[in-house]
Each structure stands twice: as structure tokens, then as C-alpha cells.
Ligand binder design. Structure first.
Ligand SMILES: O=c1ccn([C@@H]2O[C@H](COP(=O)(O)O)[C@@H](O)[C@H]2O)c(=O)[nH]1
Length: 280
């Protein structure tokens, strides 16, 4: 099953456009786990168990594991996800981008070591830095396009005067991903929920690509505006998929021992908000 097939099936089976982001910070764990980096796996596994039937994807962010020398816990966590949520795809948020030979190693890391179904990439170094991931047939790759942070404007909103029609940089990335770079239909784009007008523009340029949309929750992105701008439906069929990520607002919905139950409630509320915003 390809990443796209998995995403479609999980979106349908869990009636969900929500991706729970796994950004474990031991300083924010409940008292019995607090500041204990050896319990990162256990904290995240409890979140996975509490939300497995509410999500279309999980998105572990590699920095939160690597910073605590917890990559082995991420490996175990993905194995746990396969058991607890076998139909839910795993998007490794690594934002890699390097020359082809090094990208090949990063692809091995993402897909073989961590067993991810998709990965996030920076397109800044060009097509040869993306191509090694595309050799993994069936795996997905989301290119950073119009990111959720305010500084995204610094480069992504610059006009490319040398390209016909003078698009903005993020528009150019969207066109490349929908067109010539998408050799085997594996590409998607990262677009921030904090910029709904840009989500709509990206959707115009890339009508069928899956959009990974972080920024709902802690960053204040509007769930309804996100769905209206990004999701494309024909009747009940999704022709332009979206994966809406929320991390901190779900992981740390409670600082108490009830953190997993609170995470479930927060995920349920967001899942239902996203679902209600669908326009058939
Ligand atoms: O444009 C982007 C790309 C990636 N992210 C990542 O998504 C989550 C967001 O976490 P929240 O706690 O829901 O704010 C995090 O892992 C970022 O690294 C993003 O925010 N924006």
C-alpha cells in the first residue's frame, strides 16, 4: 500500500483530517514522567493509544527525539504505532535537504531506520536533493512550501524575477511539485494553517497534491479556514487531500496524570471541527 493509499484509508476510516504531532518535551511531561528523557517513548505511546482512532496520520518531529539522544525510542515508537494503529501512516518531520549522496543516507534513515511512510523535505537545494526519496516507490515526501512561521515570508514570499510570470518562491515550489518534480506521484506540500489565503493559492496551483498543514492549535491557525482553503472534494471523494497537524495543543492538553485522556478530548474536538468544515 502506498503512502497516499494509507492516508486515504485512514482519513476515511477515522473520519479524520487530523494529524497528531509527536513533539515530546520532557520538561512538559506530567509529574511522574517529568524531565525524564528515558520516558519519551512511554509518553508518546500513551498519546498514540489515546488518539489512534481519531487521526489520519501521526507526525513525529525528529528534533524532539535527537535532542535527548532518544532516536532508539523513536524506532520503538514507530513499532508501537504499527501495532496500536496499523492503518495510520507515519510522517517523519525531519525537513531534510542536502546533496544527492547525503540525501540517500537521509532517505535510508527515514524509511529504513525509522520505518516512516513519508518525510518532510526542504526543496531549497533543488531536484537532485529530492530525487533519492522518490526512488522509494510508494513513500511520500512533503516539500516545505509556505511554512507556518512569520519568517517564512523572508524567502518564500520573494518574487522570482527570472521565471516566466514572476511567481513568488512558494508558488514556484507548488508548481514544480504538482508538475515536473512529481515523477511517481509521491510529492506533497507543507503549508501553514496560519496563512489560509496562501493555502488557497497553493491548492489552486497544486489541485491534487496532499497538503500537510501545521499551525492549528498552539500557533493559532483557524481549523475551519484551513479546511475550506485546502480540502478539495467531489461528492464524498477527496480529490485534494489535507493532513492538518496539531502537536502541543494535544500533547499538553493537561499537565496532570490525565494527560492521555485530555489529549483524546482535544484531538476529538479538533477532529470534529475539521470534519464539520468540509463542504461537499
Ligand atoms: O511550517 C511548518 C512546518 C512544520 N511545523 C512543525 O509542525 C509542528 C507544529 O507544532 P504545534 O505545537 O502544533 O505548533 C512542529 O513539529 C513544527 O516543527 C510547523 O509548525 N510549521
Amino acid at each position: 500500500m502506498t503512502f497516499i493509499d494509507q492516508l486515504q484509508a485512514a482519513t476515511r476510516d477515522n473520519a479524520s483530517l487530523l494529524c497528531v504531532g509527536l513533539d515530546p518535551d520532557p520538561a512538559k511531561f506530567p509529574a511522574h514522567l517529568k524531565n525524564d528523557a528515558s520516558r519519551i517513548h512511554d509518553f508518546c505511546a500513551a498519546i498514540v493509544d489515546a488518539t489512534a482512532d481519531l487521526v489520519c496520520a501521526f507526525k513525529p518531529q525528529i528534533a524532539y527525539f535527537a535532542a535527548h539522544r532518544a532516536e532508539d525510542q523513536l524506532e520503538r515508537l514507530v513499532a508501537h504505532m504499527r501495532r496500536a494503529a496499523p492503518g495510520v501512516p507515519v510522517i517523519l518531520d525531519a525537513k531534510r535537504g542536502d546533496i544527492g549522496a547525503t540525501a540517500e543516507q537521509y532517505a535510508i534513515e527515514a524509511f529504513e531506520r525509522f520505518g516512516a511512510d513519508a518525510v518532510t523535505l526542504s526543496p531549497f537545494m533543488g531536484f537532485d536533493s529530492v530525487e533519492p526519496y522518490l526512488r522509494r516507490h510508494g513513500k511520500g515526501a512533503f516539500l516545505l512550501c509556505r511554512t507556518s512561521n512569520p519568517g517564512g515570508d523572508d524567502l518564500q514570499a520573494q518574487r522570482l524575477s527570472s521565471v516566466a510570470g514572476q511567481p513568488l518562491l512558494y508558488e514556484h515550489v507548488a508548481r514544480l511539485a504538482q508538475g515536473p518534480w512529481n515523477l511517481n506521484g509521491q510529492l506533497g506540500l507543507v503549508v501553514g494553517a496560519t496563512y489560509p489565503a496562501e493555502i488557497a493559492r497553493v491548492r489552486e496551483l497544486a489541485p491534487t497534491l496532499p497538503l500537510l498543514i501545521p499551525g492549528v492549535g498552539a500557533q493559532g491557525g483557524d481549523a475551519t479556514a484551513t479546511v475550506r482553503a485546502g480540502l478539495r472534494l467531489q461528492g464524498d471523494a477527496i480529490t485534494g487531500p489535507i493532513v492538518v497537524n496539531s502537536s502541543r495543543a494535544i500533547l499538553y492538553a493537561s499537565a496532570g496524570d490525565d494527560f492521555a485522556a485530555a489529549a483524546r478530548q482535544a484531538a476529538l474536538k479538533t477532529r470534529d471541527q475539521l470534519h464539520a468544515a468540509r463542504i461537499g
